[in-house]
Design a protein around this ligand. Structure first.
Ligand code: E4P
Length: 217
């Protein structure tokens, strides 16, 4: 399972990279705005900085919603750095753009996916990644993990190569459950990755080992 971090915060990306388990980064317009990154030039520069820190795929989202605009923006983003994955919303024009990018060898991440049918369309169009948002489904009392299971079944039935990128992951149990189901990738906050480190018995055990060692010295 690949681990992506879902942020535009460079310090957090550095921290995850230094842990040695990071496979990529996802961003979105809200995450960019949260870091105060505005204007096309600054946003593009920020994507380049992220690519220099992380050794893996970096999803950069288009803002346009018309086919021509999505293609123009996506091609500009893909030119920025070889690690850029063009993130395209799950809309009709987005599906057409994903097919266009896929034919041209430009990698894509189909975002804002909330149903198995949408995921099927994304795979048919040739998306590199599909991003089902599990946390946002949970937020409206709908089982986000069930969507991951359904997409896994459909993709395995037909051998689709599109990778299931469980997005809107909020905590460590989302990560563990997605791993059990067989999501190819998860993207979440730094805490959803570092939280996997924690167990009280590890802390108690280490404290005891060190205390026993010190008794003999
Ligand atoms: C996906 O790529 C999105 O950036 C993200 O996972 C959304 O997560 P949220 O629902 O926590 O905003």
């Amino acid at each position: 399972m690949k681990f992506f971090i879902d942020t535009a915060n460079l310090d957090q990306i550095r921290e995850a990279q230094e842990l040695g388990v990071l496979d990529g980064v996802t961003t979105n317009p809200s995450l960019m705005a949260k870091e105060g990154i505005t204007g096309k030039d600054n946003i593009f520069k920020h994507y380049k900085k992220i690519c220099e820190i992380v050794d893996g795929d970096v999803s950069a989202e288009v803002i346009a919603t018309d086919l021509e605009g999505i293609i123009r923006e996506g091609e500009e983003l893909a030119e920025l750095h070889e690690q850029i994955i063009v993130k395209v919303p799950m809309i009709k024009e987005g599906i057409k753009a994903i097919k266009y990018f896929s034919d041209k060898g430009i990698k894509t991440n189909c975002t804002l996916v909330f149903s198995p049918g949408q995921a099927l369309l994304a795979a048919k169009a040739g998306a590199t990644y599909v991003s089902p948002f599990i946390g946002r489904l949970d937020d409206i009392s709908t089982d986000g993990l069930n969507l991951i299971s359904e997409i896994r079944l459909i993709y395995d039935n037909y051998g689709f190569e599109t990778e299931i990128l469980a997005a809107s992951v909020r905590h460590t149990m989302h990560v563990i459950d997605c791993a059990k189901i067989g999501a190819d990738v998860m993207t979440g906050p730094l805490s959803s990755i570092t939280g996997l480190l924690n167990h009280p018995l590890t802390d108690i055990g280490l404290e005891k080992f060190l205390a026993d060692h010190n008794k003999g010295n």
